[in-house]
Ligand binder design. Sequence first.
Ligand code: SF4
Length: 268
Amino acid sequence: MSTVTAPFTSVYGPVQSWRFGRSLGIDPIGPMSACSFNCVYCQLGRIEHQSSNRQFFISTKKIHQDLQLFPLGNVDAITLSGSGEPTLAQNLGEILTVVKEMTAKPVGVLTNGSLLSDPVVREELAIADWVAVKVDATSGDLFRRINHPVPAINLQEIWAGLLQFRQIYTGHLAVQTMLLAVWSEREQEEYIRQMQTLQPDEIQLNTPTRPRPLTHELEARGNNLPQACSYPAKQLKQVTTEVLKTFSDRITRVTEIPVRYPLLQHSS
Ligand code: SF4
C-alpha cells in the first residue's frame, strides 16, 4: 500500500512525450493503482488492485474541477492514463465527453485493450480523438510473460475486440508495442501479419525508457526519467535504437503503416 502525502489530483503534468508532445494527464483511477495487467515494465510498480471488473474510481465532477485549474494553452494533447487501465473506469465515456467539452485539444486514451471485447467499452473509447492500444505480444505465452494479465483475459479475445473496434472507430488508432528483447523471425512475421489485418493509423515501437518503481508512486504517472527519479526503482532491459529502426523499417516496407520509435540516448 502506498503512502499518499498530498491531496490526490486527477490531473497532472503536462508530461513531455516523444509520442504526444506536451501531454496533460488525466487519471480516472486514483491513488491506488488498478489494472487488468501487471506488466513487467510498468512504471507504476507492482499493480495494487489487479482486476478486469469495471467500477467507479474518480467522479467525473472531480476531474472536471481539477481540469478547470489547469491552463491548457501550452498543452498539445490530453491523455487519459494515470494510475492504471482507464477503461476500468465505469465513467470513461462520461469523462471523455466532459473533457472534450472543456477543450478543443485532442483527447486520447492509452489502453491495454483488455476490455475491448465489451461493446460498451468500445463505444465509450470511440468518443476519444485518438486511442493508443498496447500490443506487446503475438503469442499467449509471451503475453503472459510480459503483461501478466488476470486469468479471465486472453489474447484472442483482446485481438477480436480490437478488430471490432477498428471497424467502428473513426479517430486516430495507434498500436503501442514495447520491446524488451529482439523478437524472433516468427514473432516479427506474425506481428506484421496482424498489423496488416488491423490497419492502425500508426505503430509506436518502444522500449523501456523509464525505471520501474519498486512500489507504487503517484509521481510515476509523470515524467520520471531515470535522472529525475526520487524513489527506489529498477532499471529495465532495453533494445537499442538500431533494433527499433530495423524492425520499424521492415514493418513499414511491408504494410506502409507509419512507425515511430524513440531515439534513445543510452542504447545498450
Ligand atoms: S497495462 Fe499499463 S498500467 Fe497496466 S500494468 Fe501494464 S503498463 Fe502498467
